[in-house]
Design a protein around this ligand. Structure first.
Ligand SMILES: Cc1cc2nc3c(=O)[nH]c(=O)nc-3n(C[C@H](O)[C@H](O)[C@H](O)COP(=O)(O)OP(=O)(O)OC[C@H]3O[C@@H](n4cnc5c(N)ncnc54)[C@H](O)[C@@H]3O)c2cc1C
Ligand code: SF4
Length: 332
């Protein structure tokens, strides 16, 4: 195992060139970037991730949170989750993001975890984390242990016959509702990727989780200016009150006027194979009276394509209730 540390922006070009020799950006890649290490080191200890070299990006100058001229926000890739959650501009303008991050993991983990690392955290599916078990995501073509196995915590939206793993991140759900953009530097230059396009559905290639190519370095994330007069909320439902992943969660960003919903941005967590933006629920809410009946209807629409597995049928109802309650609370 070799470890390289990057300290200057120009170093990253060398790392990208080196990492680009890998065949994939994530599972199976020989060279990997490492930030907080709270996902990658965990999986290396379990032999799920077995990179030959690590490129440490922690000292690259990507650690700032700054307002953009248009009133939005730019967030460096190595900004720690704690620093992001407690930043005054995030608390004031993007409360849903602060709440989502603070609902996850523990203080110690949030102090290490970074923006880019959180975007790329891996599923908590137990078969993925156990090399004795079949798992198409870890070892393409080996089968999916979860489909006829322990699937209580896994996804009901965006699944395929090859993988039903949930994207476990809370931060990603808020980022989806806030319409974040992920900025990447790679062998093909710089790209700006809307978060809705950043994570991909498992389909028949569950080992591929994002549109990142080998060697792509996430440099920062931007948020658009907050919608005037919006209110936002992150509601997370889980088996215990802390140190636990979501069974269902909802990020809602709502603008209401004269008792009606003018604009809604909705994303669900704990139920999708990627952070689950529901533009269908948003359309259902727009222009409608801000009542519980409206919210229930939108919640029905949000999960209408759900496909439950043997143990996770309860998530359909749970996600509906979660979204309905989040909407009722945010407009109260
Ligand atoms: C016990 C425990 C409980 C947790 N509970 C929750 C929870 O409730 N909710 C939740 O949302 N999360 C939870 N997490 C997950 C945690 O949020 C993630 O592990 C963390 O955000 C990952 O960030 P990191 O910087 O440590 O990533 P790393 O482990 O350093 O990296 C993760 C991945 O990102 C890649 N990477 C890192 N930086 C870059 C970059 N700049 N460009 C390209 N690729 C990069 C790495 O190569 C790796 O593939 C939990 C984790 C643990 C260990
Ligand atoms: S659900 Fe996905 S991650 Fe879990 S065992 Fe099946 S293929 Fe692997």
């Amino acid at each position: 195992m070799k470890t390289f540390q990057l300290t200057r922006p120009k170093d990253s070009a060398q790392a990208i060139a080196a990492a680009a020799k890998s065949k994939t950006a994530q599972q199976g890649a020989e060279i990997r970037f490492i930030a907080g290490g709270t996902t990658l080191i965990d999986l290396m200890k379990l032999n799920v991730e077995t990179p030959q070299s690590l490129v440490d990006v922690n000292r690259l100058p990507m650690d700032k949170i700054e307002a953009t001229p248009d009133g939005g926000l730019t967030i460096g890739a190595v900004v720690r989750n704690s620093d992001l959650a407690w930043h005054p501009l995030v608390r004031k303008n993007y409360a849903v993001l602060s709440e989502a991050i603070l609902s996850g993991a523990t203080v110690q983990i949030r102090n290490m975890a970074t923006t880019a690392g959180n975007l790329l955290q891996r599923t908590r599916c137990m078969y993925f984390r156990d090399t004795a078990m079949p798992c198409n995501k870890r070892e393409p073509g080996s089968g999916c242990g979860a489909i006829n196995g322990m699937n209580r915590g896994l996804a009901i939206l965006g699944t395929s016959e090859h993988c039903i793993a949930t994207n476990p991140s809370d931060m990603n759900v808020a980022m989806a509702a806030l319409e974040a953009t992920v900025h990447v530097r790679g062998g093909k230059g710089e790209r700006a990727i809307p978060i809705a396009d950043f994570h991909v559905l498992p389909g028949n290639t569950p080992q591929r989780e994002t549109v990142l190519e080998p060697g792509d370095l996430i440099t920062h994330v931007t948020l658009p200016p907050p919608a005037p007069g919006n209110r936002s909320l992150y509601l997370k439902l889980r088996d215990r009150a802390s140190y636990e992943f979501a069974l269902a969660s909802a990020a809602v960003v709502i603008t209401a006027a004269n008792g009606k919903i003018a604009r809604a941005r909705i994303a669900l967590g704990g139920v999708g194979t990627k952070p689950w933006r529901s533009t269908e629920a948003e359309a259902e809410l727009a222009g409608q009276p801000a009542t519980e009946a409206t919210f229930r209807k939108a919640a029905d629409v949000a999960v209408r394509d759900a496909k439950a597995q043997s143990q996770n049928g309860f998530k359909v109802d749970l996600a509906q209730r979660c979204l309905t309650h989040a909407l009722s609370t945010v407009v109260a």
